[in-house]
Write a protein that binds this ligand. Structure first.
Ligand SMILES: Nc1ncnc2c1ncn2[C@@H]1O[C@H](COP(=O)(O)OP(=O)(O)OP(=O)(O)O)[C@@H](O)[C@H]1O
Length: 824
């Protein structure tokens, strides 16, 4: 009997897995290099051990040599090695000596039972072996699964395990083949598992390749990151040093911040109030914008109409001119005819007197003839007179008759000439009547045209007024300071006259007419544009018309500020104050006050009552002087006046004289008083130069009894001292000190404007008395207008340019939207 377990599968010399191992030798070697030699060796040893144990088969196999002797009565020596042995045992028959040989049969049966027991034991051993083998295989499978999980966790360790798994799988395959005879379902399962594992391995290989690529990519990225890290480190070092420098700055900034925080609180409070105000304004704005839009359309319509009217006007003017020339020619022909008529009349009169004469002569001659005839009759009757006398008388009579005949002829001739003259006169009369009627017709046409011209001019004026109003509204909405420029005429007896000519011209292009000014300096042309430019021909009235609306708004409850800025002698005082004694040359201050009093009176019928208070001060050498102080000398003795602004934006000067005024006469008197008190002096540039800043303030309180409305307006009219170059002024002593003080305060004004223009957080209002006093006008909610006065002489061009530049900067400053101060 063979000593092998029946059906035990032979170990194939070369399994498919072995082949695979050879095929993948190169990558395996590579992997081995990766995972290390020791691991490979130990896994191979483990694989070999496993193979040996499988080849050895199940342990409880009973061989013939190991079994007890065959003939042993207890069944020893019986051996089962195959299925046939078992079948032989089952086919064995009980043979007794006879039917009744129960003992023999019984022994045989015992023997048979023993064999059966051995057989059963063999089966049991065999089963135990298989079970142990199965257990081993299961254990192996679990290990495989664990390793498989580990493979998934780490690619490198997976590769090592992959080697082992390959070997182990090969062994498992062998074992499974071995077991397959007995446990087919397990084999199928294992095969499926193997296939699955193979697929998985393939996937892992692909993944490995992609991971390798990823690794390489990451390697390059890492290099780049290292490089950027180095760069960053350098930058950090640089930043570190900058930070050290900055921390010093930070310290200083912190201190500044502390100070600014305090200011911020004040500003926030202001801001809160402004926001409330802003909300109401936005409402007002939207209404205004709607109006502005509507007005814009009206303006464009008016502009079109204006253009049409202007064209019409031009053609009408041409027509008028031609008609005028016709009229002139008709007039001259009429005059000629009248002359002719007069001549003819004269001639006629002469002829009439001649005729009368002739008639008289004739009557005289006839009377003579009659007396002579009577004489002849007498002579004839008297009979005796000599025939000589008779002949003589006859001759005389004939002569007289001849004279009479010739005179008759002359009379006829004269009558004929008179008739023709009368005819001519009639014709001249007819021509005169025709000319007169033509003249009347033309006169009518001219009147008609003149009416149309007046209408057109009225429309143009209305349109212009509307345009100005809208322009003002837009500027108010923008919140800009408005700037008007005024050029004074060349003064005949000024020092510079005759030495240099005018350096100023005015652009004629449509968009700059009345708003532009060009100045030549060092052969270079400088162009400026303002809200309005008045040339040297503009009268005080022309200038006032432009600001009258602004003055009016002080009565409506606005704060209004008008100030004049410019070089010494450029006409600031002339513009603001003018010549009080001369009606034509009165300046803006008296004209504004007249308008305010007139309007306040006309508003009385609507229930308005106004109360006005005037004050006047000057800032001289950074000191405030009260120009209305009852004891003027007192105020000069160093009395200290301080300026204060309250939260509502009202400005007060402590101890300043405030006078209630009810009429223009009262204010005029005060103005005279102030003009006389003002500090003036002679300089190189101006005979009577103002050496201080003059501030006139009129506070207006209005109340309407019927509507219970109240308004509070302020009108500030300021004549600044003139800017002057020290070198040019030729000032010394007190004059020099004054000039320095003036220039300092004007430079502070310039600083404030500069800061406002740049919208800086801190505006240096407190740097001078002037700027602090003007703070609500420059940085608040008032309507502010600046006059920049210009001297036209070329020698002043340098100063004029700096004045105009300053004015341009002022023009671009936004100071906030004007607010009306009203209460119910
Ligand atoms: N538009 C003008 N028409 C006629 N004369 C003028 C005009 N503007 C100024 N003047 C004359 O020029 C001279 C200087 O003018 P004004 O005194 O007003 O200058 P100012 O700018 O006030 O000078 P200062 O800064 O020195 O006070 C005066 O005699 C004045 O009458």
């Amino acid at each position: 009997m063979a000593s092998r377990i029946p059906g035990k599968p032979r170990l194939p010399s070369r399994s498919p897995l072995h082949r695979k191992e050879n095929q993948d030798e190169a990558p395996l070697d590579k992997r081995r290099r990766l995972v290390g030699k020791t691991v490979t060796q130990s896994s191979n040893a483990r694989g070999r051990q496993l193979l040996t144990s499988i080849n050895a088969g199940p342990e409880p196999t009973v061989t013939r040599d190991q079994a007890a002797p065959a003939e042993a009565p207890d069944g020893a020596g019986v051996e089962f090695s195959s299925r046939e042995d078992v079948e032989n045992l089952l086919g064995e028959k009980m043979k007794g000596k006879n039917k009744n040989d129960f003992k023999g049969r019984c022994e045989q049966m015992i023997e048979y039972i023993k064999k059966l027991r051995i057989c059963i034991k063999w089966y049991m051993d065999l089963e135990d072996g298989y079970l142990a083998e199965q257990e081993k295989q299961r254990h192996l499978m679990e290990t495989e699964e664990k390793r498989h999980n580990e493979i998934e966790e780490n690619l490198y360790s997976l590769l090592i395990e992959f080697n082992n798994i390959e070997v182990i799988f090969h062994q498992a395959c062998v074992s499974f083949q071995l077991v397959s005879l007995w446990i087919l379902p397990v084999e199928a399962q294992l095969r499926a598992k193997i296939d699955e594992m193979e697929v998985h391995i393939k996937e892992l290989k692909v993944e490995y390749v992609s991971l390798l690529e990823k690794f390489e990519r990451e390697e390059t990225e890492k290099q780049a990151a290292i490089k950027s890290y180095e760069d960053e480190r350098d930058t950090r070092i640089a930043v570190e040093s900058a930070r050290t420098a900055l921390s010093g700055d930070l310290e200083r900034v912190n201190q500044e911040l502390q100070r600014l925080n305090d200011q911020l609180k004040i500003v926030q409070e202001n801001n809160r109030r402004l926001q409330e105000y802003n909300t109401s304004l936005q409402q007002y704005n939207s209404n205004l914008q709607a109006d502005a839009k509507e007005n814009g359309e009206t303006i464009s319509k008016l502009q079109k109409e204006k253009t049409a009217i202007v064209e019409n006007l031009t053609s009408l003017r041409d027509h008028i001119n031609s008609l005028k020339s016709q009229l002139d020619s008709s007039r001259s022909s009429q005059q000629e005819l009248t002359k002719q008529k007069e001549e003819l009349n004269k001639e006629l009169n002469c002829l009439r007197t001649d005729l009368q004469q002739v008639r008289d002569d004739r009557d005289h001659a006839l009377a003579q003839v009659q007396s002579l005839s009577l004489d002849v009759v007498n002579f004839k009757e008297i009979n005796g007179k000599s025939s000589k006398d008779l002949d003589m008388i006859t001759m005389k009579s004939d002569a007289l008759e001849e004279t009479c005949t010739s005179q008759r002829e002359q009379i006829q001739l004269l009558q004929h000439r008179l008739a023709s003259s009368n005819e001519k006169l009639k014709q001249a009369d007819l021509t005169t009547i025709a000319t007169m009627s033509e003249y009347e017709g033309q006169k009518k046409i001219i009147t008609d045209l003149q009416n149309r011209l007046a209408d057109a001019e009225f429309q143009i004026l209305e349109g212009e007024k509307l345009r100005k109003k809208l322009h003002n509204t837009i500027l108010e909405l923008k919140g800009n300071i408005r700037v008007f420029c005024r050029v004074r005429p060349i003064i005949p007896d000024s020092d510079s006259n005759g030495i240099d000519g005018a350096a100023i011209s005015y652009p004629t292009c449509v968009e700059s007419v009345g708003r532009g000014i060009d100045l030549m300096h060092n052969t270079q042309k400088h162009c400026f544009t303002f809200d309005k430019v008045f040339n040297h021909e503009a009268s005080q009235e022309d200038v006032f018309v432009e600001i009258s609306q602004l003055v009016q708004s002080a009565l409506d409850g606005y704060k209004v500020c008008i100030f004049a800025y410019g070089q010494t002698g450029s006409g600031k005082t002339y513009t603001m104050m003018g010549k009080l004694e001369n009606l034509e040359q009165k300046g803006l201050i008296p004209r504004s006050l007249e308008q305010i009093f007139e309007t306040s009176q006309s508003l009385q019928c609507q229930g308005w009552k106004f109360k006005m208070q005037a004050s006047m001060l000057e800032i001289y050498n950074e000191t405030i002087r009260d120009l209305l102080s009852p004891s003027r000398s007192h105020s000069l003795e160093g009395k200290q006046y301080s300026i204060k602004h309250d939260s509502a934006g009202n400005t007060t000067v402590s101890d300043l004289t405030i006078v209630d005024v009810c009429s223009i006469r009262e204010v005029s008197y005060l103005l005279h008083q102030a003009a006389q008190s003002r500090s003036v002096g002679r300089t190189h540039m101006n005979e009577e130069s103002s050496r201080s800043h003059f501030v006139f303030t009129l506070r207006i309180f209005g109340a309407n009894e019927s509507t219970e409305q109240q308004v509070q307006g302020v009108l500030n009219l300021i004549d600044l001292a003139g800017s002057e170059r020290l070198a040019r002024s030729g000032a010394t002593g007190d004059r020099l000190k004054e000039t320095q003080a003036i220039n300092k305060s004007l430079s502070a004004l310039s600083d404030v404007i500069f800061a406002l223009g740049k919208k800086e957080d801190h505006i240096p209002f407190r740097n001078s008395k002037l700027t602090y006093l003007l703070q609500p006008c420059l940085g608040g909610d008032s309507k502010t207008l600046m006059f920049v006065n210009i001297s036209p002489e070329a020698s002043s061009a340098g100063e004029s340019i700096s004045s105009l530049r300053f004015a341009s900067r002022v023009n671009s400053c936004e100071i906030g939207v004007p607010r009306r101060h009203t209460q119910m």
